[in-house]
Design a protein. Structure first.
Length: 222
């Protein structure tokens, strides 16, 4: 089961799973330019044909500024153009591989609190929330029109504990931040470094620390 609150992402996954060839063919013929970007951004995705809707999602994600998916309060995508006209929109082998991996996946777009009700003893649950901002200009709340604040992180920590009581194997990733570490005190925690491509300043991009939390010991590959 794969759930994401971003319904456009899940819709795109469905098309990747069920119509990879048609999707690749459409992506191949789409011109990459600033004017085309803003034309597509202005469209209402719900009024498009299914494959065209998924292609629009991939196009905007590939050509927008730093690949940042951000929406306004109406749920409208509002990241500006990335000013790179040489973007490759799709790799046929990669798209086909993703399609195969999604064949046996149940795709859902609901709030996580609804989905985890189905979790049972012995299930593995991975939680990947909007990260708690660690810098003055960090903003990871506008992934969907519903924002995600500190109170939401506290509620998620309560859910994490409920899943542990159920007997689930639980893994969560989040910012390397003292507030997050405190919320999950008593559980196994590991700090990892990950590449970060989104920052208002070029020198702020690079490898950043993130926190992994689990109710089982974590054995990380070196």
């Amino acid at each position: 089961m794969l759930n994401d609150r971003n319904s456009e992402l899940i819709f795109c996954y469905q098309i990747v799973r069920d119509h990879p060839a048609e999707l690749f063919a459409m992506l191949k013929q789409m011109p990459v330019s600033e004017s085309e970007f803003y034309r597509l951004r202005s469209l209402n995705p719900e009024g498009l044909a299914p494959v065209e809707r998924a292609a629009r999602f991939i196009y905007l994600n590939k050509t927008c500024y730093n690949g940042l998916y951000r929406v306004n309060k109406k749920g409208q995508f509002n990241t500006p153009y990335g000013r790179n006209d040489k973007v490759s929109l799709a790799d046929e082998d990669n798209l086909s591989g993703a399609s195969r991996l999604l064949k046996n996946v149940r795709l859902i777009s609901e709030d996580y609190s609804f989905v985890i009700k189905e979790a049972d003893k012995g299930d593995f649950v991975y939680l990947d929330p909007p990260y708690l901002p660690v810098g003055k200009y960090a903003d990871f709340k506008r992934y969907t029109k519903e924002t995600f604040f500190e109170d939401d992180h506290r509620k998620l920590a309560e859910t994490f504990r409920e899943l542990v009581v159920k007997g689930c194997f639980v893994l969560l990733s989040n910012s390397f931040h003292e507030k997050i570490a405190k919320l999950y005190s008593g559980f196994y925690q590991e700090v990892v470094e990950m590449p970060r491509f989104i920052n208002r300043k070029g020198e702020g991009r690079g490898r950043v620390k993130e926190l992994l939390v689990s109710n089982r010991p974590l054995e990380l590959a070196q």
